[in-house]
Design a protein around this ligand. Structure first.
Ligand code: SAM
Ligand code: SF4
Length: 340
């Protein structure tokens, strides 16, 4: 039985950020070269993450996805996957990565028990990759996807943030590419989350535009039924191929949102757009039992009312949610800290 918030949304889905560090500098997430990093001593150990996950699963959380920052930068990540994969309360453990370090890690991750992986790939053009990420790692990402297709073929997804004038001419190519690897592509609308300081409404490529573009080339996509809590709307092309669109900007799914986020230093956020969160590291390190931690979490979830993306939709003159000075004051507002 799941724990419900004020809008009857269950506590079911936990995204675990294992580091705030990243080896790319995506323009829509982490455009600066340097940031105020979380202090090393604050980063949760694997044992501490394990304890907190037990508290969450005792309340009904049955899906965990590791993210970051770039999760593959965390030392010995397969050890953590191994700890989580053993938990019978979790359906399975998933991971979202930029793929730069995946060529070497896909096999150890799979052997540790990882079954589901999403690799972010916004472009097939090395030049565009460099312009988007300020790094020359495109070939490494492609090698990572190849390794994932070999070692983690059961549930491989490629996520592409689509930005007008940057990669919106690559929709069909990205779909073809994903298909070659037996993967499903999911196009993500550009979001005005913390970190996206250059966001503007004009650069968002909407779900409708994405569908129109694909229809012009491949024929009209049909809707595929998805569970109510799914973030991606799924579609099938006349040739049978499927793809997803995550329309968080133009069609937010706040009313069905069952996800929350734990940062690498143990702050728990109940919405990607929330200004504040709950510190779980303090109580954990102060010696609270798993039951006491769960009581703390439950009391907070029961009061959850936030619908961040829907609130943003109501803003007439919509620009970036936060500017650099506001983000510098609290690194927990950054997408790369909170975990995408
Ligand atoms: N570093 C890993 C990666 O890039 O896959 C995991 C963390 S990243 C924050 C998780 C996801 O958030 C990525 O798929 C990324 O493209 C997405 N993301 C980051 N900023 C975004 C934005 N402004 N709008 C939409 N998606 C965004
Ligand atoms: Fe890009 Fe992911 Fe790193 Fe953000 S955390 S800069 S989306 S690779």
């Amino acid at each position: 039985m799941h724990l419900l918030d004020l809008r009857s949304r269950p506590l079911a889905n936990l995204r675990l950020s294992v580091t705030d560090r990243c080896n790319l500098r995506c323009s829509y997430c982490m455009p600066e070269e340097s940031y105020q990093w979380l202090p090393k001593q604050d980063i949760l150990t694997f044992e501490e993450i394990d304890r907190l996950v037990d508290a969450f699963t005792s309340l009904g959380v049955d899906r965990v996805r590791l993210t970051g920052g770039e999760p593959l930068l965390r030392q010995n990540l397969p050890v953590l996957i191994g700890l989580l994969a053993k938990k019978t309360a979790l359906g399975d453990v998933a991971l979202t990565t930029n793929g730069v370090l995946l060529a070497d890690l896909a096999q150890p991750l799979a052997q540790a028990g990882l079954r589901r992986i999403t690799v972010s790939l916004d472009t097939l053009r090395p030049g565009t990759f460099h312009a988007l990420t300020k790094r020359d790692d495109h070939a490494r990402v492609l090698a990572g996807i190849q390794a994932a297709a070999r070692w983690l073929p059961r549930d491989l997804k490629l996520d592409s943030v689509i930005i007008k004038g940057v990669n919106d001419d690559e929709l069909c190519d990205l779909l073809d590419f994903a298909n070659e690897y037996g993967a499903e592509v999911r196009f993500i609308e550009y979001m005005d989350v913390g970190g996206a300081t250059a966001w503007s409404a004009e650069r968002v490529v909407s779900l409708q535009t994405i569908l129109d573009t694909l229809a012009a080339r491949f024929g009209t996509p049909q809707v595929v039924a998805t569970p109510g809590n799914a973030t991606a709307q799924r579609f099938r092309l006349p040739d049978g191929r499927t793809f997803g669109v995550i329309a968080s900007t133009t069609q937010p799914f706040c009313d069905a949102c069952d996800r929350s986020r734990l940062t690498a230093d143990g702050m728990w956020y109940m919405c990607l757009y929330a200004r504040g969160g709950l510190d779980l590291r303090g109580p954990l390190r102060a010696g609270l039992s798993t039951l006491e931690l769960a009581q703390h979490i439950a009391a907070t979830w029961r009061r959850r009312d936030k619908r961040g993306a829907m609130e943003r939709l109501g803003i007439a003159d919509r620009g970036p949610m936060l500017d650099r000075p506001a983000l510098a004051q609290d690194p927990h507002l950054e997408m790369h800290t909170r975990g995408g």
